[in-house]
Design a protein around this ligand. Sequence first.
Ligand code: KIV
Ligand code: ZN
Length: 395
Amino acid sequence: MTTSSQPHESPRMIRIFDTTLRDGEQSPGASMNLAEKLEVASLLDEMGVDIIEAGFPIASPGDFESVKKVAETIQRSTICGLARCSDKDIDAAAEAVKPAKQGRIHVFLATSAIHREFKLRMTPDEIVQRAIAGVKRARNLCDDIEFSPEDACRTEDDFLCRVVEAAIDAGATTINMPDTVGYTTPNEIFDRFSMVRNRVPNIDKAILSTHCHNDLGMAVANSMAAVAAGAGQIECTINGIGERAGNAALEEIVMAMKTRQDFFNCTTAIDTQRLVPASRLVSKTTGIQVQRNKAIVGRNAFAHESGIHQDGMLKERSTYEIMSPEDVGFSKTDLVLGKHSGRAALADRAKTLGFSLSPEQLVTVFEQFKILADKKKEIYDGDIIALVQQQISGS
Ligand code: KIV
Ligand code: ZN
């Protein structure tokens, strides 16, 4: 796998399509009410998200109202509504996104043999006809149409190319090829996107998009491989929430492009300092906690406990940090004091707390600190203050 552009070319702008309010909301227990959806949508808009998928309007009257309200309220981002390839779904989505400054209808229809045979019970020809009819109907109602051949990553190459070509001819402006069940691998998705780009004659009339699920833990890697193969849009969610194991995490994708611009030569319009606030808001709103070691936004993402790492960090941050916490919205690096910590970090924390210890005092406080650290998971500032004060009053 190689990257799609040469390092001397200016970075390619990748559109960020956030589906926290649609696929993210499909996480069990993550449903949001109208006010919550509006709060999340406003933050996504301020953050620079290009397209907000606000919901699935036919799913319920509440979903319809939320998409419509988001469309009325949000001024900058494109507002998208999801629709199956059926008249009533498409009409509901068109109605819901109508108030938007820029609206999009996202039509999907499964194309893999498994879905065709067992779910839809339709022949390949019927699928192509249904896709054409759906895209045409949507295009008569809205200029911006995305078409997704659901389960694209398990669809036969020839059939995938046939459906994609037909959908573009019918008026689709974005073609999203989802890895619906999180089954693909980075090399495989790179080959699939390259294959479609090489074989579909009208492919340049549409933007190619990737939408990866995380069942095997490869959603972000797969999304980045699709970008390397020419995808111009990534679909993702805040904190990676979504069906089953979730979707590709927006914060990881954005920071991968920012931190490894030398490799991907791509950029986004996202204000990265809003990543942590967005993560906290979505977690609070959905009740889904962010694991401590979650990349970019987890509590431990910029925390260092081991003495060797802390010593390196105090000398030069780039020894153990590839991004700065301030860039993603944390206030600072966290040198956590625990049993693996060293003397340098303890002295540094004592200094921050207003104590200047002599070398002899530091030796004693450090001994007491190690005894305490063996008994506690984390040492707090209050513990350090108590240890130092004991030493000062005793000496
Ligand atoms: O995962 C999927 O295939 C989807 C489609 C509706 C795009 O969410
Ligand atoms: Zn999905």
